[in-house]
Design a protein around this ligand. Structure first.
Ligand code: C5P
Length: 404
């Protein structure tokens, strides 16, 4: 099963005999669909070769903090930002102590300081080292910082002793990582999401469209599924992989999308309008292919229905979230849109040469009637998870206000 599909996992390996099991863990993570980059400490390289990890991950292994070659391919800050989750398996007593004290003397400890992704540790060490008060104090401090500690198991150890300190089995670590993505924030709620561009026909072979790829809408759909929601996606023509575990309705024009949304909206609690709906369509679509004739060709356009505004104006409107793709005055235009369309929330992004449509990464400024939150530059998948978390928070707040 592809439980970790599209998840970006940074796997840190530290020096300990259990390092050989990190190769099995890497296999399990890639088998479940994750994109894994491996970071090894110098001590880890004494136990298992970087070549093994490179072959299994299909990517170069990162080892040195100041390695010009790997830094130029992907610098340590990029790597920290890239990760959806950081797993350190095995995590040695020494690494745990370094992490507790915030050291940044090698690549892995630096990454752990520089990332805002969740960190999960699978400790592995001799049982006396694990039971030592210093290690136990460190573990308590890390757990208080919301670092997830997986295991350790108890049993026969490579050193011949018996007790707690064996690294948790790779399959159980992979399962814990998959579970960490299903956050249950929207369990029991129904979401309707529009995604992608629309196509406005000119004649039987031509149309007007835009550069929306559908990535943001699909990433939101995946994040909402992860959060436990029942998700319906209505999308225009896109060429990217469709989300799984959703009800998918494919449409062409803004009018088709309007029709589909109005049919589906009734049972939904939240509506996210991530589609780049064409504002205009042709007054009359030509029956036959338009022939090349004079120097000019005039197309007469009329306004399409504003699907988002119409949903927000419904008597039993769901929690309504719009998008504002702007090339200038981002915040001001977004606030206007939020008020004019009477939305519960708007996610504004700068579009243009470098950002926005058809790009892998983005930033978002999220606004609602009483607040604002900036979501930093990240992959659209990561951004979508952050946006779903903000939406869930505001949605429950609105519901509890209405109940009082
Ligand atoms: O007014 P503007 O088109 O910039 O608003 C953007 C927001 O409105 C997006 O959330 C988009 O999905 C939605 N929209 C819509 N129907 C339209 C045009 C835009 O739902 N015809």
């Amino acid at each position: 099963m592809y439980q970790l599909k599209n998840k970006r996992i940074l796997l840190g390996v530290t020096g300990g005999v259990a390092a050989y099991k990190s190769a099995i863990l890497l296999r399990a993570l890639t088998r479940d669909g994750a994109d894994v980059r491996v970071v090894m400490t110098l001590n880890a390289c004494e136990f298992i070769t970087p070549l093994t990890m490179q072959a299994l991950s299909g990517r170069p292994v990162h080892i040195e903090l100041l390695d010009a070659e790997t830094e130029s391919a992907m610098g340590h800050i990029d790597l920290a930002r890239w990760a959806d989750v950081v797993i350190v398996a095995p995590a040695s007593a020494n690494f745990i102590a370094r992490l507790t004290n915030g050291f940044a003397e090698d690549l892995l400890s630096t990454l752990c300081l520089a990332t805002n992704a969740p960190i999960m540790l699978a400790p592995a060490m001799n049982q006396q080292m694990w039971l030592n008060q210093a290690t136990q104090d460190n573990i308590l401090k890390l757990a208080a910082r919301k670092i997830q500690i997986m295991g350790p198991d108890s049993g026969n150890q490579a050193c011949g002793e018996i007790g707690p300190g064996r690294m948790l089995e790779p399959e159980l670590i992979a399962k814990a990582v998959a579970e960490s993505f299903s956050n249950g924030l929207l369990t029991g709620s129904r979401l309707l999401i529009t995604a992608g561009p629309t196509r406005e026909a000119i004649d039987p072979v031509r149309y007007i469209t835009n550069r929306s790829s559908g990535r943001m809408g699909f990433a939101l759909a995946n994040a909402a599924v992860e959060a436990g929601a029942d998700v319906t996606v209505i999308c225009g023509p896109v060429s990217i992989e469709k989300p799984e575990r959703v009800k998918l309705i494919e449409v062409q024009s803004a009018n088709d999308m309007h029709h589909a949304v109005m049919q589906e909206i009734g049972i939904n609690d939240i509506f996210i309008s991530a589609a780049a709906v064409a504002d205009y369509c042709l007054v009359k679509v030509a029956d036959q292919k338009i022939k090349k004739s004079g120097e000019d060709l005039q197309l007469i356009l009329k306004k399409n229905p504003d699907i988002l505004a119409e949903v927000a104006a419904l008597e039993c409107a769901p929690f309504t979230v719009g998008f504002a793709a702007e090339t200038e005055n981002l915040e001001e235009n977004a606030i206007n849109k939020l008020q004019r369309k009477k939305l519960d929330m708007i996610a504004a992004n700068q579009v243009g040469e470098e950002l926005g449509f058809d790009k892998e990464e983005n930033t978002l400024t999220v606004l609602w009637p009483s607040g604002i939150q900036q979501l930093e530059l990240a992959s659209k998948d990561k951004l979508a998870r952050a946006l779903i978390a903000v939406i869930a928070e505001r949605y429950y707040e609105k519901n509890s206000n209405q109940a009082h």
